[in-house]
Design a protein around this ligand. Structure first.
Ligand code: GUN
Length: 295
């Protein structure tokens, strides 16, 4: 059996259409959603990500304020900029691209963002709301993973989900979303990490496997139950001299081995990535909409 290859771009296109409808509605009311995208330093992968986010905004009719700061920008200056953006009426979302240079305390920077503009969903208030099952911003990648599962018409209720990776951006929020008492939740979730014993045994039990560790080939075909859904969140650059840019992107799974056994798999690229991008637009529009309702 060959697994269904999930087309993340097609699912994202449907979400972008929804976003577009919301943007048009807001524009009719005289409100243009606005996103500030802040990059500190010149990490090549981060430059690629923020450029894509800015392009996505332009395409959707969302105003983006693109701010590039030198790698040696003092933390104080970044926090002052965030405070200014918090007050800026034209800005509904603030995205500080991570990772930040080593001399900057990421927690302090994230906490400076007004929770109602934290479209990344990284602020402790939004993480707290997520855990408490209250209305707040859901981080974009976990949100995208939920949309992929939803698009397959698959119920998570009672499903055994194994998440490999406990990061604050993906693994930890996703675990909470999947076990919470809400539609798209109600799963039995196991979170595996670097200290997990017998990883293969745990992964083999899963109906849904989510790989989010940042290491190629962490999940191989022999670890996958027949017919399982495998969602690969990893984006890893591996050297490849046959490519013009000198590398290719791979996920955290051995894609070719897994697709013989799994029921459905997400490719890298073209799986989770397009959803992450779409959900940022979604959160930005949602932020503008909430503010428009309030005033
Ligand atoms: N770096 C890697 N992923 C993300 C993300 O989702 N948001 C931000 N701000 N930085 C990231």
């Amino acid at each position: 059996m060959n697994a269904k290859i999930i087309d993340g771009s097609a699912i994202a296109a449907g979400i972008r259409e929804d976003v577009q409808r919301q943007v048009n509605r807001l524009l009719e009311e005289g409100v243009q959603p606005g996103l500030a995208v802040v990059l500190v330093g010149e990490d090549p992968a981060s430059i690629t990500y923020v450029t894509a986010k800015e392009k996505d905004c332009a395409q959707a009719g969302i105003f983006s304020r693109d701010i590039r700061l030198p790698g040696d920008t003092p933390q104080r200056e970044l926090v002052d900029l965030i405070r200014e953006l918090n007050r800026d009426e034209a800005i509904h979302g603030i995205l500080i691209q991570l990772p930040l240079p080593g001399h900057i305390n990421e927690d302090a920077v994230i906490e400076a963002i007004a929770p109602e503009k934290d479209v990344d969903g990284f602020h402790p208030v939004n993480i707290g709301k997520l855990v408490l099952n209250q209305d707040g911003f859901i981080p974009c990648t976990p949100h995208g993973v939920l949309k992929i599962i939803e698009s397959l018409g698959m119920s998570t209720e009672g499903a055994d989900v194994v998440i490999v990776g406990r990061s604050r951006i993906v693994g930890a929020p996703l675990a909470n979303l999947l076990f919470r008492k809400a539609p798209g939740g109600n799963a039995t979730v196991t979170v595996c990490h670097t200290k997990t014993a017998n990883l293969a045994d745990k992964v083999r039990r899963a109906d849904i496997i989510i790989a989010a560790v940042g290491r190629p080939d962490t999940i191989t075909g022999d670890m996958v139950k027949k017919g399982a859904l495998v969602i690969d969140v990893g984006v890893n650059r591996v050297l490849d001299n046959t490519r013009k840019r000198g590398y290719r992107l791979v996920g955290d799974t051995d894609f070719s081995g897994i697709k013989e056994i799994a029921g459905a798999v997400t490719p890298v690229p073209g799986g989770v990535g397009p959803l992450t991008r779409a959900m940022l637009l979604w959160n930005t529009v949602e932020s503008a909409r909430k503010k428009a309702v309030k005033v």
